[in-house]
Design a protein around this ligand. Structure first.
Ligand code: AMP
Length: 112
């Protein structure tokens, strides 16, 4: 297993976990870009949004739903937050396992 997120999911390397169920895990980003920076990751290894099948749609939708619940718990819902999927090189994707970035807790800058 060569994927760092698969290793985190397997408990082989430590993480700061904020949520886990049978299908997804959410961890604090090790190098945060905002005061709140959480990664919501499916336990199923899917390389990127480019590699999704239609059958993965509900699972990827669950990442968004999970992010919204975490945002609510952290009191971000009313002030706002940002959800981002990076896909491929131009987006700066470095970990090839789908993950949704939840960014917030402060005024966020421009998108690009
Ligand atoms: P991306 O550019 O979308 O591939 O983002 C990958 C993210 O994973 C980056 O924000 C990294 O800081 C984060 N990251 C990498 N390794 C770890 C780790 N061991 N624990 C938590 N976050 C990590």
């Amino acid at each position: 297993m060569d994927c760092i997120f698969d290793k985190i999911i397997a408990g082989e390397i430590p993480s700061d976990k904020v949520y886990e169920d049978g299908e997804v895990i959410a961890i604090k980003d090790i190098n945060p870009s905002a005061l709140v920076h959480i990664l919501i990751i499916p336990k199923k290894h899917i390389e990127s949004v480019n590699h999704m099948d239609e059958a993965d749609s509900a699972l990827i939708g669950k990442l968004i739903y999970t992010a919204s619940n975490i945002a609510k718990k952290k009191g971000l819902s009313s002030k706002g937050y940002r959800l981002v999927f990076n896909i491929g090189e131009d987006a700066g994707m470095v970990v090839n396992h789908i993950h949704l970035h939840l960014l917030g807790g402060q005024k966020l800058g421009a998108m690009v």
